[in-house]
Design a protein around this ligand. Sequence first.
Ligand code: UFG
Length: 331
Amino acid sequence: MSILVTGGAGYIGSHTVQALLDGGYNVVVVDNLTTGHIESINQAQVKFYSCDIRDKEMLSRIMREHSVESVIHFAASSLVGESMKDPAKYYDNNVYGTQCLLEAMSSQNVKHIVFSSTAATYGNPKQLPILETEPTMPTNTYGETKLTMERMMRWFEQAYGMTYVALRYFNAAGASENGAIGEDHTPETHLIPLVLQVALNQREHISVFGDDYDTSDGTCIRDYIHVSDLADAHVKALQHLQDGGTSDVFNLGNGNGYSVLEIIEAARVVTGHSIPARMEARREGDPAILIADASKAREQLKWVPQWTDIQQIISSAWKWHQANPKGYANE
Ligand code: UFG
């Protein structure tokens, strides 16, 4: 019996693959490698297929050949800014891709799916910190497609009995403690890796997208959660479903909000670099504040984040970026 990980060569996917291997699971990865990195996969331990999730036939064959019993689904386009400019790409890759995956699962009688969802499903929340019961009103196409994917799973459960856990994560950050894998996007759009590129003298400054939000210093506030803590939550969610647990939705975050300026300041302390910042216009689709109430995951999945200090989280990313200044292209 195996666990199929879609998008397992991506940032959060590769850390989850490592956590599954550490937990003794047989792992099969499919990834079309448009944003994932083959170097992040240990092919001695993992069966890897270069496959797009919209290829239903190939997915079905892989599930059959490896006796896949559960899926962890990461494969998706995931950039807020891009999703506002190219919504069709997000509906095709995310929504239609998930439809193909669920169809392949139902054809092969695969019963469980853990799904990589997002805080972007909430939009601008009315209450902070955000509970799973908060209304979902996405402010961007990315969040809208992830919400649609969650809902699709609910209807597939009714029709075919497959159970799901949707994990709505806040802002993933950091790198594996052993330094083997980390964050490498091209182009990079995420705050922490961009700030660290400035510290590596690869960029002259960090742009701050808006300082006129209704927050303490005017910049957006986010809840940063270490990628290894996210990986651990996926394994716990899988166990929950395999033990007969019911379908559910869980927030994953630390419950602490940091503004863009606070992240830059923390990175200055970690790196010893002055990291010049320049104020710029708001980025379309950005909610002002996203902070998680993740007590449901703590109580029901027994998930306890190990990385709660923002400087430690940034330090783990900094270690990886220093060792891999060109990302996986170094290898
Ligand atoms: N930001 C800047 N300058 C930059 C890059 C980002 O000011 O050069 C700001 C953004 O405007 C935002 C904050 O830093 O306010 C964080 O931005 P990121 O791009 O790092 O992350 P997002 O919050 O936009 O999105 C991330 C993931 C999404 C996920 C979301 C949930 O990319 O997949 O977290 O909170 F949905």
